[in-house]
Design a protein around this ligand. Structure first.
Ligand code: SAM
Length: 236
């Protein structure tokens, strides 16, 4: 299998330093170790972790603005995807890892300590609560998520957190286009506008991945996000 550095370079034109490559190795080792004690990922083989976690996370760079000190929140980050690989790649990102399950945050803290990553905030909350917090609401340049909810609910999680002029990025698989079809109303109500859809083809992965990029063009009404559970049980 080619190295992560080689693949990141050929797929996304990214250049990993030896220190960054070593950081990914440490992250993979911690993931394997903690996964024996708690359910962090179903993907446990080295190739799967490299492709489906690390490269897939790094694919977000194809849709992300590259301004300095970008404020980025990863909503429902789980074991850190896509937020932590992006932080390893671009250490100047001001990263918030938002996760509803406290145990997963303990893992994320350990990875950041071991990798000496600074400028990472850990937020133990539901997205519906975070979007109503004064210090979180409308404070990010980018809000990103993978495998958290269908697009109408996901936009209700992401867009309230984004500044006007910033972006929500939803990582989706084969359902991307059908999810967009049912998300137009949510997008409009929440102040978003579909900007672009980036196709991502990962090595040895049959399914095409998509980055759905939604620009925030207007303030989100205070009503949103609604109470925990509402965005998914009664999608806009
Ligand atoms: N994003 C990671 C990835 O792609 O590997 C984790 C995906 S996992 C399937 C979904 C994660 O989102 C879980 O860790 C879950 O606790 C979290 N989650 C689901 N709904 C959430 C919400 N409303 N607010 C915060 N976290 C949420």
């Amino acid at each position: 299998m080619p190295t992560l550095a080689k693949q990141a370079n050929s797929l996304f034109n990214l250049t990993l330093t030896p220190t960054q490559s070593a950081a990914f190795d440490t992250y993979a080792a911690l993931l394997a170790e903690w996964n024996t004690r708690m359910n962090l990922t179903a993907i446990t083989d080295a190739e799967g972790i490299q492709t489906r976690h690390f490269l897939d996370s790094l694919s977000v760079t194809a849709a992300m603005p590259r301004t300095e000190n970008l404020r980025l929140i990863d909503v429902g980050t789980g074991a850190g995807f896509p937020g932590l690989p992006l932080k390893i790649m671009f250490p100047d990102i001001q990263l918030t890892l938002l996760e509803a399950t406290g145990k997963k945050l303990a893992f994320l803290r350990e990875v950041c300590t071991q990798l000496n990553l600074s400028g990472v905030e850990f937020l133990h909350a539901r997205a519906e609560e975070a979007g109503q917090l004064r210090d979180q609401r409308a404070s990010y340049d980018v809000a990103v998520a993978r495998a958290v909810a269908r697009l109408p609910a996901l936009l209700e999680y992401l867009l309230p957190l984004v500044k006007v002029g910033g972006y929500a990025i939803a990582m989706k698989g084969r359902t991307a286009h059908t999810e967009i079809e049912v998300a137009h109303r949510a997008m409009e109500l929440l102040g978003g506008k579909l900007s672009t859809i980036v196709e991502v083809c990962l090595p040895d992965v049959d399914e095409l991945h998509h980055l759905i990029v939604v620009e925030k063009i207007a303030h989100t009404p205070n009503l949103y996000p609604r109470k925990p559970g509402m965005p998914s049980s009664a999608p806009l």
